[in-house]
Design a protein around this ligand. Structure first.
Ligand code: ADP
Ligand code: MG
Length: 324
């Protein structure tokens, strides 16, 4: 199969209109600019054997490659609109491509993002997706807006995806139901786009959790010039399952696990009650896990109120997180 029939067959699904004047097939796509909007650009690469095991289902590979990019748009409070796909493939296997294309468009159609171009080459399997989003001028939520006294809040259940990875690697064993649900969080992260847009009216800073809550909160603290205090009891409250793992193991996974693609954000304390009241019940639950403080330290308190020394875990350094 040559490059052009491959693109035609697997990647030329009729684009959702989305202001696309000209889609796949020319030297560039043409997209209508809109007065009063800013563009959000992001790009992520997934490499076989590094970001996913070589034998991963192609449907899941494509889904996750797009999901992690959409998650970055979500973390700015934006709307995802268009994407490009640079695909490097060892061979053009139609079955593999069929699964990949299905996973890609399942998510693209769910969030109405249009594939408008890309590149196809022969080589080791790697997938680079770039997403362009839009947002009303000046409305994007940056990492730098946190202030002392803001509450720190997280969507959903951070730490779960990393438990699935730990189980795959054989270091823990979960109950059957937890095993299944955590695996689906690892393979099919749900980009929190609608949640991110909702949070534009509340959040002072925001980030999506890809490298573990501690490291990603660290980015907010650094950009905002603040410190924070987290409470491990509150972290555990984000886990409303009755997991059979020891609390320490769960907390470790929340703080250092990663691959969650949940939103971590700060809200001025006075706005939190209104946020909690107006939060859409179809969105994943919110958990307040701590507060922003003056200073620069991230302090984590255990159940008896003692400070846990997280420097030992490599917070804010290149934490050596083991991938597959
Ligand atoms: P060029 O050489 O001008 O970059 P190509 O021959 O690489 O164009 O690609 C032809 C058209 O197909 C372009 O519009 C390009 O954006 C698109 N394209 C190539 N690979 C992919 C892909 N994997 N997914 C979507 N569009 C693709
Ligand atoms: Mg090209």
């Amino acid at each position: 199969m040559d490059e052009f029939s491959l693109i035609q067959q697997f990647f030329s699904a009729a684009a959702i209109n989305n202001g696309v004047v000209l889609g796949i097939g020319d030297d560039t796509a043409i997209i209508k600019a809109v007065e009063g909007e800013e563009l959000l650009f992001t790009c992520d690469t997934l490499i076989s054997g590094v970001h996913f095991p070589v034998d991963t289902d192609p449907y899941a590979i494509a889904y996750k490659a797009l999901a992690v990019n959409l998650s970055d748009i979500a973390a700015m409070g934006g709307q995802a609109r268009w994407f490009t796909l640079a695909l490097s493939l060892p061979e053009a296997d139609p079955d593999w491509l069929e699964g990949f294309s299905n996973g890609l468009f399942a998510l693209a159609n769910q969030f109405a993002v249009s594939l408008v171009g890309g590149d196809t080459t022969r080589g080791a399997l790697s997938i680079t997706i770039s997403v362009i989003g839009t947002i009303a001028e000046g409305q994007a939520i940056r990492r730098s807006g946190a202030k002392p006294g803001d509450d720190i809040i997280v969507t959903g259940m951070p730490g779960i995806a990393a438990l699935a990875l730990a189980e795959l690697q054989g270091s823990i064993k979960q109950a059957e139901a937890d095993s299944v649900s955590s695996r689906s969080k690892l393979d099919f992260p749900q980009p929190r786009l609608l949640e991110g847009q909702f949070l534009r009216s509340y959040a002072s800073s925001m980030i999506d959790i890809s490298d573990g809550l501690a490291a990603d909160l660290g980015h907010i603290l650094q950009a905002s010039g603040c410190g924070a205090i987290l409470d491990t009891d509150l972290l555990l409250e984000s886990h409303y399952t009755d997991m059979q793992l020891p609390a320490d193991r769960i907390i470790d996974s929340i703080l250092y696990g990663g691959d969650d693609y949940e939103l971590l954000f700060t809200v001025p304390g006075a706005l939190t009650p209104m946020l909690m009241k107006s939060w859409d019940l179809t969105f994943p639950a919110l958990t307040k896990i701590g507060e922003i403080t003056a200073g620069e330290d991230l302090k984590i308190l255990d159940s008896s109120g003692n400070v846990i020394d997280i420097a030992l875990h490599g917070y804010n350094h290149f934490h050596d997180r083991k991938k597959q």
